[in-house]
Design a protein around this ligand. Sequence first.
Ligand code: 5AD
Length: 368
Amino acid sequence: MERTEIIRWLRERNPGRLAELWAAADRVRHDHVGDQIYLRGLVEVSSYCRRNCAYCGIRAGNFRVERFRLTADEVLDCAARVADFGCGTVVLQGGEDPKLTVDLVASLVRRIKTEFGLAVTLSFGERPLADFHVLRAAGADRYLLRFETSNPEVYARLHPPHIAGELPRRELLRELHAAGFEVGSGSMIGLPGTSYDDVANDLLDFRELDLDMIGVGPYIPHPETPLGSHPRPLPPNEQVPNDWLTTCTVVALTRLFCPATNIPATTALATLRPDGRELGFRCGANVWMPNFTPPRYRASYEIYPGKAAPTHAELRLHDISEILARLGRTLGRGPGPSPHYLTRSVTANTRASCSECPTSSVATPSIS
Ligand code: 5AD
C-alpha cells in the first residue's frame, strides 16, 4: 500500500467504508495468528518514575499522584493469581523507578519462571543496555517499549532531554532484538502535533523495526500534565484525532502491515468506549491484557484518566469467555509468542526477516 493510500484510510470517516478495511484486517488476523485470544496478566509494579514525559500521569513532576511500589511478595502473589486465572504470560510494568534495581527485577523474573512457569514480559521503560542482558539471562521473554511517535520533533518536545550515555528508544529496540527478546513497541494515536503523515510513518516503522508485538492506543489527555493543559495541536484538518475510529483504523492497518505479530486490544481504546476492547478484536487485535494489580493501588497508576475504571477490573474468566464466544474466538492457552518472533528466531540472532510479513506491498481493499 502506498503512503497516499494509508493516509486516505486514516482520513476516512465513513464507518461503512472503514468496515471493509477492518474486515480485511480481521481475515489477515485469522490467517496468520488464528482465532485464539491470548491473555497477558498485567501487574503494575511501581508508579514511581524519574522521567517527565509530557503526556503521562505518573511523570515525576506530578505531585498530585500517590506513589506505590509493590513488595517482592506482592508481585509474586499477583503472579500466582495470573497463573491461576489461566494466563500464560505475566506482564510486569512500571515507571522508571531507580529503586527497582536490575537485581531485584531479575530475581522476580527467576522466581516467577520457576514457581509459576509463566512467560514474563517486562515494561520498565529505558534502562542501561547491560540491564537488558541481565534480565534476558534471568529468563525474561519479552520487553515492551513504545516509541510513542515517529515524529522526531514531537518526540523531543514530549520527552525531556536524554540522560547522558543512554541510548534513544529506537536504538534500544534494536538492542532488545539482539539480546534475544521478543520485542514490543507502538505509538499513541492523536498526540497533539502529529499529522496523518506521521501516523503513516509509525506504521512503516512498525515493519522496519521488525517488531513482534505492537500496541497502539489513543492518546488520552491527563489534566495534571503539560500536554494535557497546553496541547498545541496542528490545525484541525492536519491534526490526527485521538478518537476510537482512527485508533481502530490504525490497528487494522497494523495487522495488514505486520500480519504475524501480536497486537493487543488496548485498555486506552476500551477507555474511550465500553465496547472498545471488542472493537479492537474485530479489526485485527489478538491479545488481551487484564489488570492484576491489587485494587488498592490501581487508582495511583493513572497514566491517563479513566484507566482504572471498574469495568476493566475484576474480570472473571467467565466474563472473558463470554466476550470471546460473542466474537467467535477462543481462549489461547500457554505463552502464545507471536508467529513473527518464532519465524525470526529460527535463525537465532541473525535478524532474519519474517517470511509471513510483507516487506513491500500490502494487499488491502482499495479506497479509491
Ligand atoms: N494517553 C494514552 N496513553 C498513554 N500512555 C502514557 N500516557 C498516556 C496517555 N496520556 C501510554 C504510553 C506508554 C504506555 C505505558 O502508556 O504509550 O508507553
